[in-house]
Design a protein around this ligand. Structure first.
Ligand code: TNX
Length: 509
């Protein structure tokens, strides 16, 4: 058993210089168990080989790709065993489960063992952080490439650790989404929630309703050109995510947040008249027409096509801020749509207002409120509804850090790094036990976000904070230790060209 050893991690650490050997204690998210071997290091050289078991070739190739860029070494990937770096699939290992791994670094070798590709991939992310920050360089550097020695045994606290990107308010290219996926992978995030539709834009091609994308996707907040993902684009994102053990959860928001759809098809409106496209930032003014049969054909068609693009189990149907829909209509609509999603073989994710309808047993509700008291959500949890936690005053990446933040909003307050980190998803909501919490999601709404550097500036360093809440055991939770570990990530971000907010709360290395 490994759980009791978690306490070895706690306590402030001295920041290590990123130029020599990183500390095994600097890993973000904090592993379950870390046993540094003082003075021991493994050194990667031009002759190092990467050994794999048969099912681990892809992860080994991913690791080799990262290490080759910065070291310039050949690092051949070979099936079998030998002295060097090994990624090995093992049999059942309850200490690491289906997402965890063991990592052993001695003078002679680095060995990562896991039950699954996902576990090996998580171990690879940890290994990256044990190298000097220069290992993240996109171009060859001189080294030396020493890895801190010791042993790590690790597995996640929560199964679902997500980030959400709103591609509707401003559209982002496949390349930008892929770059964000690379960044999420660093912190063991395993779901990307894509907010694909909203009042300002419809961003996914639907063959049976083509004007949704071609017209409904033709603008964005501020009136720019917008855009949309073709099905080929979307499949490319899903595949890129899959190669990083990240599952894409598509969100089609309804019955509100639908102006782009209403503008594209007059028949979706109760009065039969299409409104103009919308490029402002208001919310809560649009609704699908509850009384028209065509509405449900539309929903079935869209959900069918999106489900067919989705290998993952979840489809997000929004359900937030439906202020233009009567409450009774909202409940019957959400119940009907849940059945449609189920008929297409997916489980429903929805913003927490879905609890005012009747959640199916498989429906997961995403809490985005700002209070710890949410009696209707707690009652639903008591009846078995599982929750995702995204409290806006903790987990919203679009909130300003402080009054001087040039981007973002402040309706949920300012969210500095300590605010993002210092809460516990397992105990946050009054009357909700940890067993009801499936995971966390850090949403980035993009009313004010227009470019990759904006995404990065808002996500870093808060995304790693939320990712740690999802991954690390509560026994490692310690703001004073976290801020030092987080500070040690700074040189890694600089090396990768990731824009980040230099929070004054963090002792940046
Ligand atoms: C609320 S939170 C929204 C979004 C906005 C966001 C801005 C939620 C489920 N809906 O429509 O973009 O605030 O922070």
């Amino acid at each position: 058993a490994v759980t009791s050893a978690a306490s070895v991690l706690v306590g402030p650490q001295a920041a290590t210089a990123a130029t020599d050997v990183s500390s095994m204690r600097d890993v973000v998210p904090a592993p379950l168990m870390v046993k540094p071997a003082a003075g021991t290091t493994f050194t990667l050289t031009a002759g190092t080989r990467i050994f794999t078991s048969p099912g681990a070739r892809e992860v080994a190739g991913y690791l080799a790709g990262i290490l080759r860029r910065s070291t310039g070494y050949r690092l051949p990937v070979v099936e079998g065993s030998g002295v060097g770096v090994s990624l090995l699939l093992t049999g059942a290992d309850p200490d690491v489960g289906d997402q965890g791994y063991r990592l052993d670094v001695t003078r002679a070798s680095v060995v990562i063992r896991a039950q699954s590709g996902a576990g090996l991939f998580a171990g690879v992310q940890t290994l990256r952080q044990l190298f000097p920050a220069a290992i993240e360089s996109p171009t060859a550097r001189p080294g030396p490439w020493a890895v801190a020695g010791g042993q790590i045994v690790d597995r996640p606290r929560l199964a679902y650790r997500a980030a959400m990107l709103d591609v509707a308010r401003h559209f982002f290219t496949v390349a930008t989404v892929e770059r964000y996926l690379d960044e999420l992978a660093l912190y063991k995030v395993n779901y990307l929630h894509l907010h694909l539709t909203d009042d300002q834009g419809w961003r996914i091609a639907i063959d049976s309703w083509p004007r949704l994308a071609t017209y409904g996707g033709s603008t964005q907040v501020g009136g720019g050109a917008g855009g949309y993902f073709t099905k080929a684009d979307y499949r490319a994102i899903v595949a890129y995510a899959e190669a990083r053990y990240i599952t894409v959860v598509p969100e089609v928001d309804m019955p509100g947040h639908v102006n782009a759809a209403l503008a594209s098809y007059a028949e979706l409106n109760c009065d039969g008249k299409a409104p103009p496209l919308y490029t402002g930032t208001g919310v809560g003014f649009s609704s699908l027409c509850m009384t028209r049969d065509v509405t449900y054909r539309f929903v079935d068609d869209v959900i069918g096509e999106v489900a067919a693009l989705t290998p993952g189990p979840y489809l997000h149907i929004g359900g937030d801020e439906a202020y233009a829909t009567k409450p009774a209509d909202y409940a019957s609509f959400m119940n009907r749509v849940q059945e449609i999603v189920a008929a297409h073989g997916k489980a429903v994710l929805a913003w927490h207002q879905v609890v005012t309808a009747t959640p199916l047993p498989s429906t997961v509700a995403q809490y985005w409120g700002t209070t710890r008291s949410a009696p209707d959500v707690a009652a639903a949890a008591g009846r078995g509804t599982k929750l995702l936690l995204s409290p806006a005053n903790k987990a919203y990446l679009d909130m300003k850090y402080d009054a001087s933040t040039p981007l973002g909003q402040d309706w949920a307050g300012y969210v500095e790094v300590k605010d993002a980190y210092d809460w516990d998803p397992g105990t946050y909501l009054d009357g909700v036990g940890a067993s009801s919490v499936l995971g966390v999601d850090a949403p980035l709404w993009t009313e004010t976000i227009v470019a990759l550097r904006d995404i990065e500036y808002m996500a870093f360093p808060r995304l790693p904070a939320i990712a740690e809440l999802g991954w690390s055991p509560t026994s490692t939770h310690d703001w004073n230790a976290f801020r030092v570990r987080l500070g040690a990530q700074g040189p890694r971000w600089t090396t990768q060209g990731i824009t980040f907010y230099r929070s004054p709360q963090i002792p940046w290395a």
